[in-house]
Structures are given as structure tokens and as C-alpha cells.
Design a protein around this ligand. Structure first.
Ligand SMILES: C[S@@+](CC[C@H](N)C(=O)[O-])C[C@H]1O[C@@H](n2cnc3c(N)ncnc32)[C@H](O)[C@@H]1O
Length: 423
């Protein structure tokens, strides 16, 4: 009888063990980790929104020629770039529409990812094993067999990949791409920003090329960080001026025109190292607070979002930018706190905008108005509308400030350049 019972118990256990082994049984949270909420709803989205118009032009151009898109992802890591690009939505789609992708899967001809790290390539292959149009290869992107093959329409890099290389190496890589690509090919180049507040201690006025000793310490809980010996590696810090001179040099070497279409900053005040304060002791954990805004069923103490920018002597222009930006950010948070206090538990439909000062920058005026509308119209709805509607909207409103008050000068964790090759 006992043996029979053990057998049955064993049989019952197997399906659960199998399910646990798939990894699908892990309780995921967006509060920490590589794919935290800021990564998914802020960083990926900011990248998508900025590159969307250029990608749309490329998609339309290919469609007119009855051709399909070819994408090369350089330093593709675990293959996340595919989801980033294929997750771009078309602009201004109606709320009634279901299909919103900018690139329909049938419009993609070929996606090739290359990375020097075999473990990451294995991860990328595993992630995309059912997609025949996607190929991941292990190799060095300076091996010109990658760029010499049939030309691609989009040469893509993401999340600081190009910061692994010196200015000279990057100019060589871009020049090689320019020589082997066709007219109108797009180039998306992603560096670490030179003047992020996260590493204010490293700011200097030297025009020389600068590298930081980067530590991926943020993946460990704060209490473990100081106990562990975390390896560092050099990553290049770049501003708009430095990036422009690399592009000019690549253009000179290849003899091709490389047009600058856009520079944008990503994660001003919400970069990974804002929370560690390892390169600037004045930082407070704002990313943690924004992760909480975006997490379902969790309420955030909105005062933890308030920034106190500490200026650095000798950088008056940067101080002016950060002062103005942090004041706009704080003002939006404070208005939201006030709206919650005034209308939190009831819904109202009256006019919004009475609290907006005429000297606010336009994006701040719009963001405050949006928050007033959201709080007034959702306050009395069933469920936790503060945690699940109002707080995520505040995160999107803060994201809007980042997107519309910035200059693309290298003041965020990431600096991205979008370039077009002209032949
Ligand atoms: C910051 S990670 C970004 C990874 C990925 N693009 C993402 O968004 O998650 C930089 C990647 O560049 C790769 N890498 C560095 N040097 C390389 C080289 N010479 N050729 C190809 N890949 C390289 C690294 O292995 C790493 O996966």
C-alpha cells in the first residue's frame, strides 16, 4: 500500500517538476533585474519612439521596391534587439485597431545577430529557435566577413555595445559598413553618455577620449554589492561632439557621406547606476522608484521620486540643463501629489489646467495637464486605480519630459545616434 502511495505521489510530482524546469514557474517582478520595468517600459520604449520615423522610412522604401528588410545586429548579446525592433508600433494607430506593428513579420527578410560571446549567442539562439529568418553567429564584428556579405538595410547596435570600442575602432567599423552597404542604409549606434549624472564624479573637461571602469553591480541586491568582488571592464563615454567626430572620420575614411539624422539621450536620472550611487554619492535610487510606479498593485511613495541635483563646479552649461530638467521633473511629481490629495477618491470631469504656470516649458504643461486629467477621471474607479492607472501614467509623463526636454548631448546613461549612408 505504502509503495503504491509513493508511486502515485511520485507521478503527481513529475508534471510540476517538469513545469518548474521550464523556468515558467519563477515569480517574476519588474522591480529588479535585467528586464525591470524601466528597461521594458522606459528604455526600450524611448529607443523605439526615437528611431521609429527613420525605421518607417526604411520599411516604406523597401515595400515600394517589393523587397524585404535585412537587419544586422552588431554585439547582439542574448538577442533582445530583435524584440526591441519588432516591438516598434506604428504612429497614431486608432484605439480600435489590433495590428499595430511597424514592421510586419512578413516584411522582415533576414535578421542576423553577431556577438563575440558564445554564451550569449547560445541564449539568443535558444530564445529565437523557432524563427527561421533569424540567425545568430558567434564572432568579432571587426572580422569584415560580417560587413562584406550581402548588404543590410539596418545596421543596429543597442545598450552601449559601441562603448566597447575606441573612437578609432568605431570609425573603422562604420567606414567598413559605409563602404559595403547600399544607399540609404540606416546605422543606429549606441554608446554610454559622457555626462550622465550617474557618473558625475568622472566628468572632466578634457577633450580626450574617456573610458570608465564599468561594473554590472546593479544586478546584485544593495546589501550584497559591497561584499562581492565585482569585476570591472572599460567602456567608452561619449558626448555628441565626440560621436560627431567619429562619424566624420568614418566618412573621410570611406569616402561616403554619412548623414546625422538624430542624437538622443536615454535614461537621464533613471540609468542603472542612479540606484548604486557608485560613481556619484549624491544619487538617490530614482530607478527603484520609477520601477515601483510601473509595477502592478504596488503603491509608491511619490516623494521618493523627488530629485535633488547637486551641481558640479566648472560645468555651468550642464548644471543649467540638469537644474531645469530636475525642476520640471519635481514640479510634475508635486502637481501629481496635489491632484491626488484634491481629487483622489472621486471622479470629476471639469476642465483641467488651472494650476499650470505660463513659464513652464510646453512638455511640462502638457504632462501636468495629463496627470490632472488622469487623476480626476480615474480616482473613483473600482480596483486600485492609484497603483494600476495613475502611477504608470506618471511614469509615462516623466518619460515624456525626458524625451522632449533633452538635447541629445550625452547627458543620459545612453547616447544613441541615428545615421544614414548616402551614395
Ligand atoms: C552592452 S552589451 C549589449 C548587448 C545587446 N545588444 C543588448 O542590447 O542586450 C555589449 C555586447 O557587445 C558584445 N561585443 C563586445 N565586443 C564585441 C566584438 N568585437 N564583436 C562582437 N560583439 C562584441 C559583448 O559580448 C556584449 O554582448
Amino acid at each position: 500500500m505504502k509503495d503504491k502511495l509513493e508511486e502515485i505521489t511520485e507521478d503527481n510530482r513529475k508534471p510540476y517538476t517538469a513545469a518548474v524546469n521550464t523556468g515558467q514557474y519563477i515569480k517574476k517582478t519588474g522591480l529588479t533585474g535585467k528586464y525591470d520595468n524601466v528597461r521594458r517600459f522606459w528604455e526600450d520604449e524611448v529607443t523605439r519612439l526615437f528611431i521609429r520615423p527613420f525605421l518607417k522610412e526604411a520599411v516604406d522604401r523597401k515595400a515600394q521596391r517589393l523587397e524585404r528588410l535585412r537587419i544586422l545586429d552588431i554585439g547582439c548579446g542574448g538577442g533582445d534587439g530583435y524584440d526591441l525592433l519588432m516591438g516598434i508600433t506604428a504612429k497614431d494607430v486608432g484605439i480600435y485597431e489590433y495590428a499595430v506593428d511597424l514592421i510586419n513579420p512578413e516584411q522582415l527578410g533576414f535578421y542576423r545577430g553577431i556577438d563575440i560571446n558564445p554564451d550569449l549567442i547560445d541564449q539568443a539562439r535558444e530564445q529565437h529557435s523557432t524563427n527561421n529568418k533569424v540567425v545568430f553567429e558567434c564572432g568579432d564584428c571587426f572580422d569584415s566577413s560580417f560587413t562584406n556579405s550581402k548588404p543590410f538595410d539596418i545596421y543596429f547596435t543597442s545598450y552601449g555595445t559601441i562603448s566597447h570600442f575606441t573612437a578609432d575602432q568605431t570609425a573603422a567599423l562604420i567606414s567598413d559598413i559605409a563602404e559595403h552597404s547600399e544607399n540609404d542604409a540606416l546605422l543606429i549606434i549606441d554608446w554610454l553618455g559622457r555626462f550622465s549624472y550617474e557618473w558625475q564624479d568622472l566628468w572632466n573637461a578634457d577633450r580626450k577620449e574617456q573610458f570608465m571602469d564599468y561594473r554590472i553591480s546593479y544586478i546584485y541586491p544593495p546589501e550584497e554589492r559591497s561584499q562581492l568582488e565585482i569585476q570591472s571592464f572599460p567602456l567608452k563615454l561619449t558626448c555628441r561632439e565626440g560621436a560627431t567626430s567619429i562619424i566624420n572620420e568614418a566618412s573621410r575614411r570611406s569616402g561616403m557621406e554619412i548623414k546625422i539624422k538624430k542624437f538622443f539621450d536615454r535614461s537621464i536620472f533613471v540609468g542603472r547606476h542612479i540606484d548604486t550611487a557608485e560613481y556619484n554619492r549624491h544619487c538617490t535610487p530614482v530607478r527603484e522608484a520609477v520601477n515601483s510606479l510601473l509595477e502592478p498593485n504596488i503603491r509608491t511613495d511619490l516623494n521618493t521620486l523627488i530629485l535633488d541635483y547637486v551641481p558640479r563646479e566648472g560645468f555651468s552649461e550642464l548644471n543649467r540643463f540638469f537644474d531645469k530638467f530636475s525642476s520640471s521633473w519635481n514640479s510634475l511629481v508635486n502637481h501629481t501629489i496635489e491632484f491626488l490629495a484634491n481629487y483622489g477618491d472621486k471622479t470629476e470631469t471639469e476642465e483641467c489646467g488651472s494650476n499650470i504656470y505660463h513659464f513652464y516649458p510646453e512638455p511640462l504643461k502638457q504632462a501636468v495637464q495629463t496627470m490632472e486629467k488622469v487623476v480626476k477621471s480615474t480616482g473613483g474607479l473600482p480596483g486600485d486605480s492609484r497603483a494600476n492607472i495613475i502611477e504608470p501614467q506618471l511614469a509615462y509623463a516623466l518619460r515624456k519630459l525626458e524625451m522632449e526636454l533633452q538635447t541629445g548631448n550625452g547627458v543620459g546613461h545612453g547616447l544613441v545616434g541615428v545615421f544614414e549612408i548616402k551614395k
